[in-house]
Design a protein around this ligand. Structure first.
Ligand code: NDP
Ligand code: 1BO
Length: 321
């Protein structure tokens, strides 16, 4: 359910109420491949008015992210107004490793609790696994055992909400069959070039909030949505930037979203998406981009074509695409 609240700079900002009752701000700051995380996080929080930061142990930036958050506290931002997400990496996907991994994340971030802790990918990797994985690098994943440990973190007030990333319908159904605490959030790749409507609908049906990652099409090998003619046309018409149109598109689908930038002007620009909207016909036009494909298909991380157990990207996504 969308709620209205106010940012420190007086702009109306949307938040969503999670099944737990906690609020998640609709735009968060992404930190994957962040080049100067301390500075960027501090700018996002103190100058641009973000109150939601997305990070992960695997990004290798948690210490700097924590320093950026500390700067925000020194600038007078209250912990209670912040929403901080981190993620449990694939090598830690066994029950006895869950709590130590979270404690390490809290230590690096210099926080006493996380607002949201997510399973980063639903595949367990051996310590030191290669990319792509060699035979024996992808191990059995005890989803129920890991989830029970995540639930204990909530009960012990170390994390306020728990959830998943990169799940399929099949894996979500399995999780829901034993979860005592339902996942509050499912974080998935979503943008006009990969709408992923099936997962969005399934999550809505189950009361699970969706956070859209890579809303701008990501970087390097990503999709160049910033220069997509349809996105450029809508941006020109609304006198907004292509980045703002893409972030706003995610918001109008009822998701939260977590754009990343190394540039202070873009960091500011990407959250100015609340006091205007994409008209219905333009929103619908953005939903018609034909060439639907994932940027992050999991191939490099999990696929071993000869030895398995994941032999193709279709296997990664349980043949649901
Ligand atoms: P994004 O879709 O946020 O795109 C980032 C790219 O867009 C960068 O190259 C950035 O360049 C550029 N950019 C940012 N703002 C603008 C703008 N206004 N105009 C033009 N270009 C812009 O990619 P990410 O893949 O980083 O996704 C966002 C976040 O989602 C991640 O940082 C991470 O926190 C999370 N994520 C989670 C995953 C998961 O498995 N759960 C997987 C992938 C991402 P520059 O920095 O130079 O501005
Ligand atoms: C390999 C990690 C993808 C970004 O979350």
């Amino acid at each position: 359910m969308a709620q209205a609240t106010f940012s420190p700079h007086g702009e109306t900002v949307t938040t969503h109420r999670l099944v737990s009752g906690h609020l998640i701000p609709a735009v968060g700051f992404g930190t994957w491949k962040s080049e100067s995380p301390r500075d960027s996080v501090s700018t996002a929080l103190v100058q641009a008015g973000y109150r939601h930061v997305d990070t992960a142990a695997q990004y290798g930036v948690q210490k700097e992210v924590g320093e950026g958050i500390k700067e925000a506290f020194h600038a007078g931002i209250d912990r209670k107004t912040l929403f901080v997400t981190s993620k449990l990496w694939c090598t830690e996907l066994s029950p006895e490793r869950v709590r130590p991994a979270l404690m390490n994340t809290l230590g690096e971030l210099q926080l006493e609790y996380l607002d949201l802790y997510l399973i980063h990918w639903p595949f367990r990797l051996r310590d030191g696994a290669s990319r792509p994985p060699k035979a024996g690098d992808v191990l059995d994943f005890d989803m129920e055992g890991v989830w029970k440990e995540m639930e204990k973190l909530v009960k012990d007030n170390l994390v306020r909400d728990i959830g998943v990333c990169n799940f399929t319908l099949k894996k979500l159904d399995k999780l829901l069959s034993f979860a005592e605490i339902k996942p509050s959030v499912c974080q998935m790749e979503m943008h006009p070039g990969w709408r992923n409507d099936k997962m969005l609908e399934a999550c809505k049906k189950n009361g699970i909030h969706v956070t859209a990652y890579s809303p701008l099409g990501s970087q390097d090998q990503g999709q160049d949505l910033i220069h997509d003619p349809m996105v450029e046309r809508v941006a020109m018409k609304l006198n907004k930037s292509p980045g703002q149109v893409l972030v706003r598109w995610a918001i109008q689908r009822g998701t939260s979203t977590i754009p990343k930038s190394n540039h202070h002007d873009r960091i500011r620009e990407n959250i100015h998406v609340f006091e205007w909207e994409i008209p219905e016909q333009d929103f619908k036009a953005l939903c018609t981009i034909q060439d639907q494909k994932r940027v992050l298909d999991g191939e490099e991380l999990f696929v071993n074509k000869t030895d398995g157990p994941i032999r193709s990207t279709a296997d990664v996504w349980d043949h649901e695409d």
